[in-house]
Design a protein around this ligand. Structure first.
Ligand SMILES: Cc1cc2nc3c(=O)[nH]c(=O)nc-3n(C[C@H](O)[C@H](O)[C@H](O)COP(=O)(O)OP(=O)(O)OC[C@H]3O[C@@H](n4cnc5c(N)ncnc54)[C@H](O)[C@@H]3O)c2cc1C
Length: 423
């Protein structure tokens, strides 16, 4: 059955931001249509957090703003309308209680992303909003009276106001193919070049791939750009482009885990990613001198112990075997026979092993998109375009990307909610 052609508000994209925006607009009394290209809404919500959905972070508005870096200030007004505690309360009221994990990540108690999505769809249905599935928007046309014509493959619709919540272009298989950028560009907006963020990092070194499956819960990682021999002013200076600490995983293509995903945006955004290396401290809670002293003490008190055995009390055995092989130190070397120079090399490799990278797994495996519609051109108090009256933008389609930990959903929920209240 065709949809009624005329609407107060049409929201394009039923993801995290679109579901909040459409619900809120309808609750505020607007005749609202939510268009979604997929057969169901909230595909990324279902995939998120390893299908557990990390809905937000256990922090206040300030904590969310800070996590987004310099662009985080854009979120103040949206968070003033819907902060992390209010998101938690909103889900609780819909019968989805949540729990806080030691990392501060907040998940539904059930560990089921489907509960989160069901709750949002329930509230959407109660709001009176119409949800139209398998209805991709193919064109957005601005009319002379500042309203819009929206073209889908089936029909032409009209709306006084439009909220674009089409997300970024990561995981394109889930429906996010950067469609919003095209319309925004056509309407005169600046799109900061999209690039993959929160994406695994690729490494050629065979020894890394052979460690596939080894996980460490606490590794400090720095992305290092070596001195540029061709630029006279930067000669001799290496630069740290990003640093984080957290859980780390070796994979068949390179490296993953939250700490790697969090630093990946500087690699995917680098003109020559192959020049970069990751400096990994596998024991960040122990200083270099402390580790050195520990090895010396062990040598003094239990000198017959073998190197491999002693190290495996500190790190996973497969990793220590590999580190020793890289240093050409035999695993059965007795501690008492370890020279000062070799002990120094060992401490250095545990505390700052350099792993050259080749790039990232790209948009295909990126949890978010960095770049997007320029924040300068959007009023953060309303989410309305500063260039096109009655056009609103929310969620990841904007030039906003946060770290792992529920920050990205919070930003999508809050900006969507604010846009819904302001249309
Ligand atoms: C694997 C994975 C795990 C993640 N886990 C987490 C997590 O645990 N916590 C967290 O905070 N963030 C997580 N994220 C990031 C989070 O999913 C996104 O930041 C968030 O979904 C962005 O919300 P959005 O509404 O802006 O975009 P999306 O949720 O991507 O929604 C955009 C919607 O627009 C639709 N659409 C696109 N083009 C059109 C069109 N032309 N017509 C109609 N509809 C269209 C899409 O189909 C989609 O439904 C994860 C992402 C991925 C990929």
């Amino acid at each position: 059955m065709p949809l009624p052609p005329d609407w107060d508000v049409i929201v394009v994209g039923a993801g995290a931001a679109g579901l909040f925006a459409a619900t809120r607009a309808a609750e505020c009394g607007r005749r609202t249509l939510l268009l979604e290209k997929n057969v169901r809404p909230g595909t990324k919500i279902l995939m998120s957090g390893g299908t557990r959905c990390n809905i937000t972070q256990n922090t206040d508005s300030r904590g969310i703003v800070d996590a987004f870096g310099p662009s985080g200030r854009f979120l103040y007004s949206a968070l003033a309308r819907l902060n992390p505690q209010e998101v938690v309360a909103l889900f609780e009221a819909e019968g989805v209680p949540s729990k806080i994990e030691p990392t501060g990540k907040i998940f539904p108690v059930s560990d089921r992303a489907s509960d989160v999505l069901d709750a949002l769809v329930r509230r959407l249905n109660r709001s009176g909003c119409t949800l139209a599935l398998e209805q991709p928007l193919v064109d957005l046309v601005r009319l002379d009276d500042d309203s819009f014509q929206l073209i889908t493959p089936d029909q032409s619709l009209h709306a006084a106001k439009v909220i674009v919540t089409t997300g970024g272009q990561s995981y394109p298989g889930s429906g996010t193919t950067g469609d919003g950028y095209q319309w925004a560009t056509k309407l005169g907006h600046t799109v900061i070049p999209p690039r993959p963020a929160l994406t695994p990092v690729t490494v050629d070194a065979m020894w890394v791939r052979e460690l596939q499956g080894v996980t460490l819960t606490d590794v400090a990682v720095r992305v290092i750009e070596p001195p540029d021999t061709e630029s006279p002013e930067r000669q001799g200076k290496q630069k740290c482009l990003a640093q984080r600490r957290g859980s780390f995983l070796f994979t068949h293509f390179g490296l993953s885990g939250p700490v790697i995903l969090d630093v990946s945006r500087v690699i995917s955004g680098h003109a020559q990613p192959r020049r970069l290396k990751l400096e990994c401290d596998f024991l960040p809670a122990t200083s270099g001198p402390e580790l050195d002293a520990h090895l010396r003490n062990e040598a003094a008190t239990s000198g017959k112990k073998q190197l491999g055995g002693v190290l495996s009390h500190l790190l996973p055995r497969r990793l220590t075997d590999t580190l020793l092989a890289l240093l050409t130190l035999p695993q059965d070397r007795k501690l008492a026979e370890l020279s000062k120079a070799d002990r120094g090399r060992l401490v250095q490799s545990v505390k700052g092993l350099a792993i050259p990278v080749t790039g990232t797994r790209g948009f295909k495996k990126a949890e978010v998109t960095a770049g997007g519609i320029s924040l300068q051109e959007v009023d953060s108090h309303t989410m309305q375009s500063r260039l096109i009256p009655n056009l609103f933008l929310a969620g990841e389609v904007l030039d906003l990307d946060g770290p792992i930990g529920g920050y990205n959903f919070q930003a999508a929920f809050s900006t969507g909610w604010l846009a819904g209240e302001c249309v």
